[in-house]
Design a protein around this ligand. Sequence first.
Ligand code: FES
Ligand SMILES: [Fe+2]
Length: 350
Amino acid sequence: MAFLRNTWYVGAWACEITRELTPRTLLGEPVLFYRKENGEATAIGNRCPHRFAPLHLGKLVGDVVECGYHGLKFDCTGSCVENPHGDHKIPSAARVKAYPLVEQHGLVWIWMGKPELANPADIPDYSHLVDPRLKTIGDLMLQQAHYELVVDNLMDLTHVNYLHAPYQKNDDFLAAKHEVVQQGRMLDSLRSIPSTTAPPSFVPFLDDPAAPVDYWLNIRWHAPGACQLEVGVVPVGRPRAEGIRRQGTHIVTPETDTTTHYFYASSRNYLLDDPKADLETRNWQQVGFHEQDKPMLEAVQKMMGTTDLDSLKPVLLASDVAAVRVRRMMKELIKAETEPQAQPIFVLNK
Ligand code: FES
Ligand SMILES: [Fe+2]
């Protein structure tokens, strides 16, 4: 299945990239991350063009990677800069890819398409990850499922009432006012539930857990897989700015056709220095993402036996509206990229 290529993906959390050679497969391509001596993150292809040794099995010498098999050296532009054999001439095919990279707000964004089209201004804003008014806890995981299944899971939040019931169940949730708004390559799915009971995950942090609250869940998807989920509660009738809320980072990058990197974090605006609240966040991330979403998505992928959802003619429910719109937008974007004469029917915001 084709992936959208001329777009920014998250390749890693910034803290993962060090002076160690760090391999990661993205969109089926072997990529090698490392940091240069000046601290800049960099990414080149991880497959030596000589006998295809993974370059991460070699070593970093200054800013140059030495292949661990026969010693060709590659710099951060992907060029071979040293051939220790024979007349030391460097064959013109001795090069690996170099990927445009931007480190921003604790994330390393990588461009998997034509380098000349990479524009850092197109990277979605994740500044909440480094906002000192919020406390962020996050991690990453690998899901054995096609990335669109992971995005579906985020864009149809009705699953929280079932799969995550102990943490998130809210009796008024399924009847919530739901709006889906598209802006260029973004889609917002907005839910508000006035005067309801607080979902269990907020209860320990409320002065009066029995008092009704206004509850909202807004998720913004930015093609191809960057989502932000804001969830909050506030005493009934009060402005949302007075509420307690969590800004969720949920970023999905295909590893292969059937496996997906999932970068997640939660940034809360309450109890910033409270280790108990940190632990509570880690616990629900472990339970919610690792023990509930992951096994379900992996079981779905296995049960489907294909990555082509449409071929199975799934039953459509009203709650699928945002997920279906996202899939349609992705189809159009991929088509516009692979068949340049085709243009997405929606208006791009650039
Ligand atoms: S495989 Fe890399 S130098 Fe031979
Ligand atoms: Fe979930």
